[in-house]
Ligand binder design. Structure first.
Ligand code: T4K
Length: 403
């Protein structure tokens, strides 16, 4: 294990890992169950279009989340689009910029205008106080994100939405198996949308779900998911193809069988990261409210603004050299991506700051205790020698440029 500067890969040492370690390596559920369900689907020759495995998956999720309706959808982006259309949103929708770009794209794709709101620098979630300053006669909804699975200020947002007669859709892509005041995320607002993409802690290969307690809305979303078909040859409204395939639902059921194991592994890893990184200069690991259910999926490091000149991106470069493929979620913020940055300029100081400071490290069943120890040791070495690391990276860059 690296113990001196010269052991670091950027100083010519051997990388800490032979193979790349990624953020977002999938957790694999109960393989036997997956192959059994898959075999049954093949024997039945019923592969998609609301088959029995999708129906079972939806029932199981609704039970787990304590919500009346769960509509399984091919991914969270399409689920957001379906929810937005089913709620009849028009004009402008207020959304955080500090999120994965799909949150904003789902609106833009439908011809709506995402209006970016800043986030609370402590919680990283939408700043409820700023929302009201962004409401115009064109605003039809609010689309906040439970970032890192940490719930938004739900009651405050519900109150604002009620008072201004706005729809409230939660992007709960990160928040499967998380709770707020003892109640599972999934039944707040008008609709909540989950992602079960391979990189999420609970996956269906690709997949997502919209959940709601509203019967009419659920019915609309079910129809929209299947081209608007209300029966054979009967289409009463416009729809899309948002169906989840049986193979994805089978993966979902096999993930569900291992859900508590995934959470327990994530939690143990999170605790190891926190204890191993305690006291490392200029590094803070964000925390979770342990009185609630969390999935502990995101190991988010907040790097101090000025650590003897060493930036977050230099730490990132030094980690990549060790084959630790840390990520800058969500850099640079949606408002700095196209088409949004050309459309309007925004002042979002907390978003800008977080986009420069945060770094995500690998978690999940693909990393073990000793991997984490090695990752943390490398971070400790780098952050204990900020000037030397900075100089080394600058001279390596200069050498590359002149070559
Ligand atoms: N809202 C929020 C807040 C979201 O975070 C997301 C998705 C959405 C909405 C939309 O959900 P979906 O429509 O996707 O259901 C990933 C995912 O594509 C995306 O689902 C996710 N958020 C986002 C945060 O991350 P990238 O650009 O990081 O993907 P990629 O391909 O770089 O994968 C990350 C790393 O994971 C790779 O470097 C290697 C590893 N990996 C990935 C895959 C797919 C594996 O080891 N195995 C795999 O199968 O976007």
């Amino acid at each position: 294990m690296a113990s001196e500067l010269r052991d670091l890969a950027i100083f010519g040492g051997t990388p800490a890992f032979n193979e790349k370690l990624y953020v977002g390596r999938p957790n694999i559920g109960d393989r036997e169950l997956l192959f059994k369900l898959l075999g049954e689907a093949l024997d039945r020759r019923w592969l998609t279009n609301g088959g029995p495995i999708v129906q079972e998956f939806e029932r199981r999720l609704a039970d787990f989340l304590g919500v009346k309706h769960c509509i399984a959808i091919c991914n969270a982006t399409i689920a957001l689009e379906i929810a937005i259309r089913a709620l009849g949103l028009t004009g402008e929708v207020i959304v955080p910029s500090f999120t994965f770009v799909a949150t904003a794209h789902s609106l833009q794709w439908l011809g709506l205008k995402p209006v970016f709101c800043d986030v609370d620098p402590e919680t990283h979630n939408i700043d409820a106080e700023q929302i009201e300053t962004l409401i115009t006669p064109q605003t039809s909804g609010i689309l906040p994100v439970h970032l890192w699975g940490r719930p938004c200020p739900i009651e405050r947002l519900a109150e604002i939405a009620r008072r201004h007669k706005l729809a409230l859709i939660f992007d709960a892509a990160h928040a499967f198996a998380c709770s707020h005041k003892g109640r599972m995320i999934g039944s707040f607002g008008d609709v909540e949308v989950f992602s079960f993409h391979a990189t999420k802690f609970f996956n269906t290969f690709e997949g997502g779900a919209a959940t709601t307690d509203d019967d009419d809305l659920a019915e609309k979303m079910r129809l929209m998911r299947n081209f608007g078909f209300a029966g054979y040859d009967e289409v009463n409204s416009v729809g899309t193809n948002g169906k989840m395939a049986e193979v994805s639902a089978a993966m979902g059921l096999s993930s569900l069988a291992c859900l508590e194991e995934f959470v327990a592994t994530n939690k143990l890893n999170y605790e190891s990261y926190r204890s191993s990184l305690a006291g490392v200069p200029a590094v803070e690991v964000i925390d979770y409210n342990e009185a609630e259910r969390n999935n502990f999926q995101y190991i988010v490091l907040q790097i101090a603004a000025d650590h003897d000149g060493l930036t977050r991106d230099e730490l990132l470069a030094a980690l990549w050299a060790e084959n630790v493929i840390a990520r800058r979620y969500f850099y640079p913020g949606c408002h700095r991506m196209e088409p949004y940055r050309s459309e309007r300029s925004y002042q979002l100081p907390a978003t800008e700051e977080l986009a420069q400071r945060l770094l995500l490290l690998p978690n999940g069943t693909a990393v073990n205790e000793s991997d984490i120890e090695r990752i943390c040791q490398v971070v400790r070495l780098i952050m204990s020698h900020p000037r030397e690391v900075k100089e080394r990276l600058s001279s390596a860059n200069a050498a590359r440029k002149s070559a």
